[in-house]
Design a protein around this ligand. Structure first.
Ligand SMILES: Nc1nc2c(ncn2[C@@H]2O[C@H](COP(=O)(O)OP(=O)(O)O)[C@@H](O)[C@H]2O)c(=O)[nH]1
Ligand SMILES: [Mg+2]
Ligand SMILES: [Zn+2]
Length: 350
């Protein structure tokens, strides 16, 4: 058997009329073409091999930005002929199929604003969960730090995330604070930005690399939608090495409907406690003898992070397309019915 394992799609090797097989990275895709940066630096517009289209595939399209591919020459055209296995990807559901927005990302740069729009810690935690789930390392940037007089609570937030092992810092695209740090974090990696519109994702990138053509809000809000022929995102090559992509909106990171057990493991500081809960099926919400809740009371888990967890599992804070809907604070969940617990004790035998 010479067929590689784990291919996301069929390939058509052997069906093309030869020519050297070259590999590269997909920077952007449209319905008929992929923009591919070959490993020697050449950028080509490629068509797709027919063999890539597998009606039985669970994906809407065979190729996504971020894919590593092999291309071959074919009667004057260049065809994407093979998609290498993905390390991870960000997708959204389109009917019964998955549309991959971006593949093989190393890290997600989660951008929040210190103010204007208001600081939303719950949304940061949601995006961290989504990144962890897609196996992307989260990087947390609190931008517009120039807009607040008292930065103490935000610096404390940064310390909380650093304590969890995440890269985190405050920044300002206006004063340049944090921009060198961001550039270093981006160096050599494939990064995707996430966060609601208006927090300064494009401005930060322009500060990292002046002249990089990503429009800032006033233009893209009016003209950006529907103009681009690409679907999903575009990877922009960075001078420092690596690539940067803007993601289309926080809904792309939807994590609605994840069972509590799946959410809990994505809060990395919960992990040492989860197995010590009395109930096997503990949701760490209202159950008695819950090791996670005890860790919160003892200060081993931050109360804010625990609150974010509860909001996610109770479905309280699903954000709208651009994150315009409130995701925190206002909507208090109804108290769960304490008698509704049908769990069986972990140690209960027969
Ligand atoms: N004061 C201040 N304004 C900023 C900063 N970063 C971005 N802005 C402004 O915030 C608005 C939205 O920025 P933009 O980069 O388009 O946000 P995006 O939607 O996340 O890409 C623009 O008017 C920017 O000039 C910052 O660090 N400080
Ligand atoms: Mg933008
Ligand atoms: Zn528990």
């Amino acid at each position: 058997m010479s067929r590689p394992r784990g291919r996301p799609h069929g390939d058509s090797r052997g069906r093309n009329d030869g020519g050297p097989r070259r590999s590269g990275l997909v920077l952007a895709v449209s319905v008929r073409h992929a923009k591919v940066r070959l490993d020697d630096g050449e950028i080509l517009r490629c068509e797709y091999s027919r063999g890539l289209f597998d009606p039985a595939s669970s994906f809407t399209r065979p190729v996504a930005a971020g894919d590593r591919v092999e291309v071959v020459a074919d009667r004057g055209r260049t065809l994407v002929d093979r998609v290498l296995p993905r390390r991870g990807y960000l997708s959204r559901l389109r009917g019964r199929k998955e549309q991959v927005i971006v593949a093989n990302v190393d890290q997600v740069v989660i951008v929040a604003a210190a103010a204007e729009p208001r600081f939303r810690p719950r949304l940061i935690d949601r995006l961290i969960v989504a990144a962890e789930r897609a196996r992307f390392a989260p990087v947390i940037v609190i931008n517009k730090i120039d807009r607040v007089e008292d930065r103490t609570p935000l610096v404390e937030k940064v310390a909380l995330y650093r304590g969890l092992g995440y890269a985190a810092f405050v920044a300002s695209a206006v004063t340049g604070e944090g921009v060198d740090e961001l550039r270093e974090v981006l160096r050599g990696k494939i990064s995707a930005a996430a966060g609601p519109s208006g927090v300064g994702k494009s401005s930060l990138l322009n500060a990292v690399q002046p002249g990089l053509v990503i429009r800032t809000a006033p233009i893209s809000d009016r003209w950006g939608k529907g103009v681009h022929t690409t679907t999903g995102v575009t990877l922009h090559p960075l001078v420092v090495g690596g690539y940067y992509a803007d993601t289309p909106g926080v809904r792309a990171f939807a994590i609605a409907g994840l069972p509590a057990a799946d959410v809990a493991v994505l809060f990395r500081e919960f992990q040492p406690f989860i197995d010590s809960c009395r109930f096997n099926s503990c949701t760490h919400d209202h159950e008695p003898e819950c090791a996670v809740q005890i860790a919160v009371v003892n200060g081993k888990i931050s109360f804010e992070r625990y609150e974010s967890y509860l909001k996610i599992i109770r479905g309280d804070d699903e954000p709208a397309e651009d994150g315009e809907v409130d995701d925190d604070d206002e909507a208090d969940a109804d108290d769960p019915d304490p008698d509704a617990d049908a769990d069986t004790p972990r140690d209960g035998t027969h």
